[in-house]
Design a protein around this ligand. Structure first.
Ligand SMILES: NC(=O)c1ccc[n+]([C@@H]2O[C@H](COP(=O)([O-])OP(=O)(O)OC[C@H]3O[C@@H](n4cnc5c(N)ncnc54)[C@H](O)[C@@H]3O)[C@@H](O)[C@H]2O)c1
Ligand SMILES: O=c1ccn([C@@H]2O[C@H](COP(=O)(O)OP(=O)(O)O[C@H]3O[C@H](CO)[C@@H](O)[C@H](O)[C@H]3O)[C@@H](O)[C@H]2O)c(=O)[nH]1
Length: 489
C-alpha cells in the first residue's frame, strides 16, 4: 500500500513537472484545476503593485512584493495597508502565507518565474512620462539575473511605446557588463484597474492584454492569469463576482500595440467625460438636464451609459498624466491630437465652474466660509493626485474665502501632502457645515447620501449647496430651504 502511494506520488509529480516545463516553468506546485503556482516578484507596492500582489497571492501564486520605500515595506510587513482601497486591508492579512514584502530585490530573485514592474511613471514638466523608475528597475534586474533565473519581465507600469524594448536593452547591457549573455523575456501587460475598485477590477477584469514578441512570455502570463481567465477561484469574502460577469478576453499582440492600448483606453474615457461636461455647459444655457441627456444617449449601445457622469471633471493619477504623455509622444512624430487636446482643456475649465456658481449666488466670495464635501479625486480612495479639490481650494483661498473640508478617508493624506494650504479640516459633515455660507460637494462619497441636510442647513450661515457631482435632487434640497445648483441641470 505505501509503495503504491509513493509510486503514484512520483508519477503525478513527474507529469506536472513536465507540463510546467512545457510552459517554461520550473515550479512543481499546482493551485487549482491543474493551474500552476508561479513564483512572482512585483516591484512597486503602490496602488497597482500592492493590489496585484495581494490578488495574485489570493489566487495561489507565491509573491514577493518589493518597494524601495522602507516605511511602506515595514507597514506592509506589520499587516497594515499603506493605501486605502476597499477590501484590501482584510485580503492583505488573509493571504499572508503566499505574500512576502521586502526592500531587497536580490533576495527575492531565487527561482523566480515572473518579474512585474509596477513602479510610478509620473509626468515630467513638459508632459512626457518620466520612465526613470522603470529604467532604474531594469538596471537592477540586469545586475541580478543569473543562469538559473531567466524570468519573464513584465511591464505593468503605464509606459510609452518602445518601453518593452528599452527594458530589454537595459537588462541586456547590464548583463553584458558582467560578461554574461542569457536568454530572458520582456512583455508588456498594461493595467486597467480603477482606484476605489482595484480588487474587483483585478479579479474580474474585462480583458487582459499581453504584448510580447515570443510565445514563451504569452504562455507564462496565460498561466499566471489562468485563475482569472477561467474564473476558477472562489471569490474572497465581500468581493463577489459581478452579476452577469463573463470571463475576460485574453488579448495578445505586439508590445507597441499593448503599450498604445493603455493610452488609447484612458484617452477615450477621459474624452467621454469631457464630452458630457461640454454638453453639461450647453444644457445649463438651454435649460436641459444633463442627467437625462446622458441617459438618453447612453442607452444607445454604441455609446454606452458609463463614463457619462457630468460634474467637476476627471482627476486622479492617470487620466491627466497619460493624456499629456500621449500628446507629448505624438508631438515627437509631428502629429497633433486635437480631440485629446480639447478634452484636456474642457476638463481643466470644468474644475472652476464651482467658482462661477459661487460668484453668481454669493456675488462676493471674499470673507465667506466655504465647506468642501470630499477631497479625494473620486470616492473610495484616499488618492489626491490631480484632484479637482486642490485647484478649487487654491482658487477659493486666492479669492479670499475661508475654506473648511471634510473627507471620509483622505484628510490625513491631504494634511501631509498639502501643509501649505490653509484649510480647516473637520471630522464630519456637521462640524464642516457650522457657519458655512456655502457647501460644495466635490467627491460623491456614499456616506453623503445619508446626511440629514435639514439639520445641516440649520448650522449654516447661508443655505447654499453646489453639487459638483450631481449626487442629489434639486427638489429635496429646495424643500429644506437651500439654494441648490448641480452641474448641467
Ligand atoms: N493607480 C492606478 O489606478 C493605476 C492603474 C493602472 C495603471 N497605473 C500605472 O501603474 C504604475 C504604478 O502606479 P501606482 O499608482 O501604483 O504608483 P504609486 O506611486 O502608488 O506606487 C509606485 C511605487 O513604486 C515604488 N518604487 C519606485 N521606484 C522603485 C524602485 N526602483 N524599486 C522599488 N520600488 C520603487 C515607490 O516607492 C511606490 O511605492 C504607473 O505607471 C501608473 O500609471 C496606475
Ligand atoms: O462618468 C464619469 C466617470 C469618471 N469621472 C471622473 O474621472 C476620474 C477617473 O475615474 P476612474 O476612471 O473611475 O478612476 P481611475 O482610478 O483614475 O481609473 C482610470 O485610470 C486608471 C489608471 O490608468 C485606469 O487603469 C482605469 O482603467 C481608468 O478608469 C475621476 O475623477 C472621476 O470622478 C467623471 O467625472 N465622470
Amino acid at each position: 500500500m505505501p509503495l503504491l502511494f509513493i509510486t503514484t506520488f512520483i508519477v503525478i509529480t513527474y507529469i506536472i513537472t513536465k507540463q510546467m516545463e512545457k510552459g517554461g516553468i520550473r515550479g512543481i506546485f499546482v493551485i487549482a484545476n491543474n493551474q500552476a503556482q508561479l513564483k512572482v516578484v512585483i516591484i512597486g507596492a503602490g496602488y497597482v503593485g500592492l493590489t496585484t500582489s495581494v490578488c495574485l497571492a489570493y489566487l495561489g501564486h507565491k509573491i514577493t512584493c518589493v518597494d524601495r520605500n522602507h516605511k511602506i515595506i515595514d507597514s506592509l510587513n506589520a499587516g497594515e495597508a499603506t493605501i486605502y482601497e476597499p477590501g484590501l486591508q482584510k485580503l492583505l492579512r488573509d493571504v499572508k502565507r503566499n505574500l512576502a514584502f521586502s526592500t531587497c530585490l536580490i533576495d527575492a530573485f531565487d527561482d523566480v518565474d515572473v518579474v512585474i514592474i509596477a513602479v510610478g511613471t509620473p509626468s515630467k514638466i513638459n508632459g512626457d512620462a518620466d520612465l526613470s523608475a522603470v529604467e532604474k528597475v531594469a538596471e537592477e534586474i540586469g545586475d541580478i539575473l543569473n543562469k538559473d533565473c531567466q524570468p519573464v519581465i513584465v511591464n505593468k507600469s503605464t509606459v510609452l511605446i518602445g518601453s518593452a524594448r528599452r527594458v530589454e536593452t537595459i537588462v541586456k547591457t547590464r548583463l553584458e557588463r558582467r560578461g554574461l549573455k542569457y536568454n530572458f523575456f520582456v512583455a508588456s501587460n498594461p493595467e486597467f484597474l480603477r482606484e476605489g475598485a482595484a480588487i474587483i477590477d483585478t479579479l474580474y477584469p474585462d480583458r487582459i492584454v499581453v504584448g510580447a514578441n515570443d510565445t514563451h512570455s504569452i504562455n507564462v502570463l496565460r498561466q499566471l492569469y489562468a485563475p482569472i481567465l477561467e474564473q476558477t477561484f472562489t471569490p474572497p469574502p465581500g468581493i463577489s463576482r459581478p452579476m452577469a460577469y463573463e470571463v475576460p478576453a485574453f488579448i495578445t499582440t505586439n508590445p507597441t500595440s499593448a503599450e498604445l492600448i493603455k493610452y488609447a483606453a484612458n484617452a477615450f474615457l477621459a474624452m467621454k467625460v469631457s464630452f458630457i461636461n461640454e454638453f453639461a455647459g450647453l444644457s445649463e444655457k438651454v435649460g436641459a438636464d444633463i442627467k437625462d441627456v446622458a441617459r438618453g444617449i447612453g442607452f444607445d449601445k454604441r455609446i454606452g451609459t458609463r463614463y457619462l457622469e457630468a460634474g467637476l471633471g476627471w482627476g486622479g493619477s492617470c487620466f491627466g498624466k497619460d493624456t499629456k504623455a500621449i500628446m507629448y509622444m505624438a508631438s515627437q512624430y509631428s502629429y497633433s491630437m486635437d480631440l485629446l487636446q480639447a478634452a484636456i482643456k474642457v476638463n481643466y475649465c470644468q474644475r472652476f465652474v464651482v467658482m462661477e456658481k459661487l460668484q453668481m449666488i454669493l456675488k462676493v466670495i471674499r470673507g465667506c466660509t466655504v465647506g468642501l464635501l470630499g477631497l479625494a479625486f473620486k470616492p473610495n480612495t484616499d488618492d489626491l493626485r490631480d484632484a479637482p479639490s486642490i485647484n478649487i481650494i487654491e482658487k477659493l483661498i486666492e479669492l479670499g474665502a475661508r475654506v473648511k473640508a471634510y473627507d471620509p478617508v483622505a484628510l490625513i493624506r491631504f494634511q501631509r501632502q498639502f501643509p501649505e494650504l490653509d484649510v480647516e479640516c473637520c471630522n464630519g459633515v456637521l462640524e464642516l457645515s457650522r457657519d458655512c455660507d456655502a457647501l460644495v460637494l466635490i467627491t460623491d462619497w456614499l456616506e453623503f447620501s445619508s446626511v440629514d441636510w435639514e439639520k445641516v442647513g440649520g448650522l449654516m450661515r447661508q443655505k447654499i449647496f453646489i453639487d459638483g457631482r450631481n449626487m442629489f435632487n434639486k427638489d429635496d434640497f429646495e424643500k429644506n430651504g437651500f439654494t441648490y445648483q448641480g452641474v448641467g441641470r
